[in-house]
Design a protein around this ligand. Structure first.
Ligand code: FES
Length: 147
């Protein structure tokens, strides 16, 4: 059901932990499943390159694997490039996720956006293409469901 890459990132997640005095921190939850994710970013103020990225998650295996891969993908990228790391890109890098687990990958994308938003607010700057992130991605999902 899960690709080898998903299993690998679930069993050996990369970049787990916290960054002290992080440049930006973002926390996002999904009220439906109760899972929560927090992302810490260390950003170089001059170059705007993400020097380090760590995550903590209280969530399912797919959430762990997607956050692990997402942190790997944004590390070393500029803010602009990091914005292109969508949940789709993360899923592709993991060789896919089962359809019922696709929503889990949204946590990582939203948490990164929330951390970038936090950075922008602290520095009184605007990041092109970044809108205020939600603290609960469940609101989004509901729109997609059919009744
Ligand atoms: Fe909640 Fe996966 S079931 S993030």
């Amino acid at each position: 059901m899960y690709s080898e890459k998903v299993m690998d990132h679930f069993q050996n997640p990369r970049n787990v932990g916290e960054i002290e005095n992080a440049s930006g921190v973002g926390t996002v939850g999904n009220a439906k499943c109760g899972d929560i994710m927090r992302i810490f970013l260390d950003i170089d103020d001059e170059t705007k390159v993400i020097k380090d990225c760590k995550f903590k998650t209280f969530g399912c295996g797919a959430a762990v694997a997607t956050s692990s891969m997402a942190t790997e993908l944004v590390k070393g990228k500029t803010i602009e490039e990091a914005l292109k790391v969508t949940n789709k890109a993360v899923m592709e890098a993991l060789d896919g996720l089962p359809p019922v687990k696709v929503h889990c990958s949204l946590l990582a994308e939203e948490a990164i956006h929330a951390a970038l938003w936090d950075y922008a607010e602290k520095h009184d700057m605007k990041i092109e293409g970044l809108s205020k992130p939600k603290s609960d991605i469940h609101e989004d999902e509901e729109d997609e469901e059919e009744y």
